[in-house]
Design a protein around this ligand. Structure first.
Ligand code: MOS
Length: 702
């Protein structure tokens, strides 16, 4: 616990650190509830078809089992569909489980076993047998990417960049060009905390829902819509969240099932997904891309054509910001983007940390490296030669952009100028040594948010806002903002978040929470300071409320983004195909840093994840069964301590009062961006081998 007066920018340790490490912090699966019923989901084992019969007799016979719910559930109770709103199943809300015999993907929840104990429910769930009418399925993107179609709907961010000039004609005549295909496997969110819900059924039918998610108000809104409830019937809390990287942006089926169970039994119900079940909902989609770059002999980009085909489900179009970065990162007069979807018999994909950018920046930043080599130019010099002083899309000024300074600082720290441009030029022992670099870019957004701050007569301060803390340090940063604004010791600030009874806050997503909620807290504190000054000596309790309403016209005049430059060293054992990332330097410009410690941790985590994206993470699909097969942390590989060596994070100072009154932009997503491309470029520099498929496992590197 940190003590005393703190300033903006200081590395303040987490205010809830002690609660988290001692176990007194209670997560959604740990909320105490009287006479609690445990629900365990049964998942479909076929990729496509219909349920002909479900045999639940054995499951029902297990001691402690209360009921087995599925679409053909026979009892006096109404059909399960009765619990849901009659509106559409998909598109704006998650699929309603258990209401029909249709199976859209392997892993779809098709039954819920309710029992007095978790052990009984889990055992009984394994005894449910299902007869299916199995239909032919398709789960293979790489061999069918040419069958992709345009998404039904795109917004300004998910749409390809507006075409400029004549990219195809310019590419045809470009004296130097690169034309390459790229692939990225399915990746899954694997936060430490499993998705879980504890639903308390109150007298009168009101529901108190403890759920792991990234937004109390947004989750409640969607639940109310799915069930056709007034929002007031639900109190939603996401008190502590053990990581969520997009998987908590919308309610997952654990909470839908827990509510169905609670309504059905009129009791308190908990549903916790197993690690294996964490692979039965959204994922980062598998994606095929083709990148064409043309340049004149001085390295000026003259053509850029970025095509992408991502996978989606049969029931929903999932779109993300894949190609937009090709329109914003570099100056290029002839540009064309194309973004398509291939519907497959898989669960609908889901936003996953830097959705779209993590996939879309990879081909751009690897192709830039290839182009630099073809031109005989240094990769960093090529980027500087095409640096965008104004945002190329829409020709707007940036609200702030210190990417040039990121390149300079990162290169200096890394020692980039000592790089021998020749690939396969350095060997130490059994390993080839290579250096690579790449750029990163992410959006800087602000969303509507409210906060109330109460300054008590005894000096204690309560900060209230329904913000989320998905593990990023929101509570700490909000306490720091209030403590520094009011000039009170941080231990006197008590932050209350994650509860729909508190002032409205947006989801914690897209690296926008500090700029949004932090600004609301800062605004309320500013009002309090003025009130206090007017009163002179203070004897009474003061209270202020602040509502951040982003000025879209004003902010829309600027391109708002965060940037990074990533430099790395790899060592490749060619005989084994193994890659060690021995050094990474990331220089990031993401607005004013509120907390040097938590911000650095975000970027460090991002780099580690980037190493995972580059070398480890891959959900393999068994196409014969239409099923994910690497569905646990033994088979789905993430970096471990032995994979992580020297990491260094540098922040380039920025202060952006267009994005937020605090000057902050956002630090969540930027950390991972550019890392996989820098590693691919370093592998090439080490070995002369270009790997354009993620993850870059030994079989591809050898
Ligand atoms: Mo963001 S996709 O909520 O990590």
């Amino acid at each position: 616990m940190s003590r005393g007066l703190v300033a903006i920018g200081e590395p303040v340790p987490r205010v809830d650190g002690r609660a988290k490490v001692t176990g007194s912090a209670r997560y959604a699966a740990e909320i105490a509830a009287e006479a609690l019923v445990h629900g365990v989901a049964v998942n479909a084992t076929i990729a496509r078809g219909r349920i002909l019969a479900l045999h639940d007799e054995e499951a029902r016979a297990v001691h402690g089992v209360l009921d087995v719910l599925w679409h053909g559930h026979r009892s006096d109770a109404p059909h399960l569909a009765h619990y849901f709103d009659a509106g559409e199943d998909f598109s704006t809300v998650p699929a309603k489980p258990l209401v029909s015999d249709q199976v859209h993907y392997a892993g779809q929840p098709v039954a819920l076993v309710l029992a007095d104990t978790w052990e009984a429910a889990r055992h009984a769930a394994g005894l449910v047998r299902i007869d299916y009418d199995v239909q032919a399925h398709a789960t293979d993107l790489p061999h069918h990417h040419d069958e992709g179609r345009a998404p039904k709907e795109l917004d300004e961010d998910t749409a390809p960049p507006k075409p400029r000039g004549d990219a195809d004609a310019a590419f045809a005549v470009a004296p130097v060009k690169i034309d390459a295909e790229f692939h990225q496997a399915v990746e899954h969110h694997n936060p430490m905390e499993l998705h879980a819900s504890t639903v308390l059924f109150e007298a009168g039918g009101a529901l108190t829902v403890h759920d792991k998610n990234q937004g109390a108000h947004s989750t409640r809104k969607r639940l109310a819509k799915v069930f056709g409830f007034p929002e007031s019937r639900i109190t939603l809390l996401n008190t502590f969240v053990g990581g969520a990287f997009g998987s908590g942006l919308r309610p997952q089926y654990n909470v839908l099932l827990a509510i169905v169970g609670a309504l059905h039994l009129r009791r308190n119900v908990r549903v916790v997904l197993s690690r294996q079940q964490m692979f039965t909902f959204g994922h980062r989609p598998e994606i095929w891309q083709r990148m064409r770059l043309g340049a004149d002999r001085d390295g000026k980009l003259t053509a850029l054509i970025h095509e992408a085909v991502g996978e989606t489900s049969r029931v929903e179009d999932f779109t993300e910001m894949v190609t937009r970065w090709s329109g914003t990162l570099y100056r290029c007069d002839n540009l064309r983007g194309d973004y398509r979807l291939l519907p497959l018999d898989l669960p609908t994909p889901l936003d996953m940390r830097a959705p779209g950018a993590a996939s879309g920046l990879f081909p751009l930043e690897v192709a830039m490296d290839e182009l630099a080599h073809a031109l005989g130019m240094d990769p960093l010099a090529l980027r500087l030669a095409n640096y965008a002083e104004r945002a190329p899309s829409g020709d707007k000024p940036y609200s702030s952009k210190k990417l040039r300074e990121c390149y300079a600082l990162g290169a200096e720290r890394f020692g980039w100028s000592r790089r021998n441009p020749q690939p396969r030029s350095t060997r130490v022992g059994d390993e080839w040594v290579g250096w690579g670099m790449a750029s990163g870019q992410w959006i800087a957004e602000q969303h509507e948010a409210q906060a109330r701050v109460v300054w008590h007569a005894d000096g204690q301060v309560d900060v209230e806002t329904a913000a989320s803390d998905i593990g990023t340090g929101t509570s700490t940063v909000l306490a720091q903002i209030a403590a520094s604004a009011l000039g009170v010791p941080i231990e006197d600030v008590h932050v209350h978040i994650a509860d729909t009874r508190l002032p409205q806050a947006p989801t914690e997503g897209g690296s926008s929470h500090v700029a949004s909620v932090g600004s609301a807290v800062d605004g309320a504190c500013d009002k309090l300071r003025k009130k206090a000054a007017k009163l002179g000596s203070r004897v009474e309790k003061l209270e202020a409320h602040f509502h951040v309403q982003p000025d879209e016209d004003e902010q829309g005049r600027y391109e708002r983004a965060v940037h990074s430059a990533v430099f790395c060293e790899v060592r490749v054992d060619e005989a084994m195909g193994t890659v060690r990332v021995t050094r990474v330097v990331s220089a990031a410009a993401c607005g004013r840093i509120i907390n040097e410690l938590t911000a650095r941790s975000q970027v460090l985590g991002g780099i580690v994840w980037g190493i995972g994206q580059a070398l480890h993470e891959e959900t393999l699909i068994d196409h014969a069964l239409g099923r994910f097969m690497t569905v646990d942390l033994a088979n789905y590989h993430v970096p471990v301590n032995a994979d992580i060596h020297e990491l260094e994070v540098l922040f380039v100072p920025e202060d952006d009062r267009v994005v937020s009154r605090l000057g902050a932009k956002g630090v969540g997503e930027i950390g991972g961006l550019g890392v996989a491309a820098a590693i691919s470029n370093a592998i090439w520099h080490a070995t002369g081998r270009r790997v354009r498929s993620l993850p870059m496992t030994p079989d591809k590197v050898m």
